[in-house]
Write a protein of this length. Structure first.
Length: 534
């Protein structure tokens, strides 16, 4: 089923939204302001890039991303609209604009039903309030009241995802427009976040918010769960939730799913594809315990030049029918090491990926990070795209990798640090030594919280990828990350020892290692160049 044409999106028989005011008490006029293409999308000249190197994507002229589009559709929605307008293979979708979520925030709420989430609010003289009013109160809190702010944000997140909020907004005009998305309901749907600052140039915010496959409940409930993820205290770095649009999209039954990045460093032209059998979730988060299968496509050497690296897959995800809806179900794999021919992408699939990613580079005029799906018929779909925010290759030392190392691995996020090797344990997180090198089988949510991340010196994991949310976050935060692979046990045997972790280029070649003691002074003295991010 194709997406609804704009004429149907803004139907003349749509009910008036005059009862749903925005922050300036202006009325909405039709469903057009909730769904669809708010303005024509202008596509820049797609002539070949003069050099396939890291270009600065900051200038509006190069990016040609309308601020109005981002404000209404969020980052993910804006890029989906651009891909659709360029004729790329995108699953049918609809954007629920920020005006819808604003209308839900403005909806009058019974203060008494907020009491379990905000103790004491039921004692206030006003019988009604709104999420917007509570946001205003958050803005009045002083920096010294961070504990109270976090408590309120957690309360908001729980409330928005609750029956109490759903029951009060389910009959609103905004709720009716969400249900009137126009997509096929015979197959699976997924609701994705699209924050206005998400997938931005220089700040991907990868994995910050929720995506949720539609179950057998009202689509509004699923949207509210995703909307609630923007209110969690750990994602509100500026103290208040940022505006969010939503994407309702037809969900692909995947034979393979994964992520492709069009550049790995300043110095090469390698397109790296990471994938697994089933849905992309097994690859994109970086927290499932998988080292995904990998294909490096060497574009300088011709269309057929690539190398396959089998991964270590401990689990994958499939779409499973549940009554009138679907769910993503985790399947634990008995044989973790997978070299099966069925797990590989065909030459045609690889060629399609190469072609699509190259088109996206021309569209955005910068290196790109693409989530993709390949269905059971072998057709490639692009699920989302964002600019690559940081590339490796800027840290180079005029020295070889030391001969006496505790272990050698693969560098994911370049940098170096020294500190005690600390075996990750959530219950002991508060007592982790400042600047410790965190040693873990794989990354977990609690390790990625801002407070913990700030205290950690670097990370060593047994499994993970180069293109997943964890890798993107570590690169943006300039946290050193090494994959130890089958050398992980050698690292855990040294837990408690002072060590130096380094991921960089050594005599011009990429490398990553851990050595005993503090050798940061030697690294500093042999540093050749440190470049900024792209």
């Amino acid at each position: 089923m194709l997406p609804l044409p704009p004429a149907k999106i803004g139907r003349s028989d749509s009910q008036s939204l005059a009862t749903v005011p925005d922050q300036n008490t202006k009325a909405y006029s039709s469903a057009k302001r909730y769904f669809g293409d708010p303005e024509p999308v202008v596509i820049p000249d797609t002539s070949l890039l003069a050099k396939r190197k890291c270009h600065s994507p900051v200038a509006d002229q190069a990016a040609h991303c309308s601020p109005a589009n981002r404000t209404q559709l969020g980052g993910k929605g804006m890029f989906l609209q651009r891909m659709k307008a360029a004729g790329l293979s995108v699953p049918p979708f609809q954007c629920v604009t920020t005006q819808v979520t604003n209308a839900l925030e403005q909806h009058p709420l019974d203060s008494q039903r907020l009491e379990p989430y905000f103790p004491g609010i039921g004692n206030e003289p006003e019988a009604e309030t709104s999420l917007a009013n509570i946001r205003k109160r958050l803005n009045t809190l002083l920096p010294s009241e961070q504990t109270r702010r976090n408590s309120w944000l957690a309360g908001l997140a729980n409330f928005i995802a609750s029956d109490d909020f759903y029951d009060q907004v389910k009959d609103s005009e905004a709720a009716r427009h969400i249900r009137d998305h126009g997509l096929s309901t015979s197959g699976p749907l997924i609701v994705r976040s699209s924050g206005i600052n998400e997938d931005n140039f220089g700040d991907a915010q990868a994995g910050k918010y929720l995506s949720e496959v539609q179950g057998d409940e009202d689509i509004l409930r699923t949207c509210l769960k995703v909307m609630a993820s923007a209110y969690r205290p750990e994602v509100c770095s500026e103290g208040v939730p940022q505006p969010m649009a939503l994407i309702i999209q037809e969900c692909i039954h995947c034979l393979h799913g994964g992520v492709a990045m069009s550049f790995q460093s300043f110095d090469d032209d390698t397109l790296r594809v990471e994938f697994t059998h089933g849905q992309p979730r097994g690859v994109v988060a970086g927290q499932s315990g998988n080292t995904p299968h990998r294909i490096d496509i060497f574009r300088k050497e011709g269309a057929d030049s690539y190398q396959y690296f089998p991964g270590t897959i401990s689990s994958h995800y499939i779409l499973r029918k549940n009554n009138n809806g679907y769910s993503e179900t985790r399947i634990d794999d008995a044989d973790a090491q997978s070299n099966d021919v069925e797990q590989k992408l065909t030459d045609d699939m690889i060629a399609d990926l190469r072609q699509m990613v190259t088109k996206l580079e021309k569209l955005l005029l910068c290196p790109v990070d693409v989530e993709f799906a390949i269905n059971n018929q072998g057709r490639l779909f692009l699920l989302q795209v964002r600019p690559v925010t940081r590339l490796s290759g800027g840290l180079d030392f005029a020295m070889p990798i030391p001969e006496e190392t505790l272990t050698i691995g693969e560098g994911v996020s370049e940098g170096y640090c020294t500190g005690p090797l600390w075996l990750a344990e959530e219950s002991a997180a508060d007592s982790m030594p400042e600047g410790a090198i965190v040693v873990a089988r794989h990354a977990q949510d609690w390790m990625l919280e801002p407070g913990f991340l700030k205290r950690a010196g670097g990370f060593v994991t047994a499994t993970g990828g180069f293109n997943d949310h964890v890798a993107i976050l570590m690169k943006q935060q300039r946290k050193t990350l090494m994959l130890a692979g089958d050398q992980f046990e050698a690292v855990t045997a040294q837990v408690g020892q002072q060590a130096t972790l380094a991921c960089a280029r050594f005599n011009g070649k990429p490398g990553a290692f851990i050595v005993a003691g503090d050798m940061t002074g030697k690294l500093v003295s042999h540093g050749r160049s440190i470049l900024g991010c792209c």
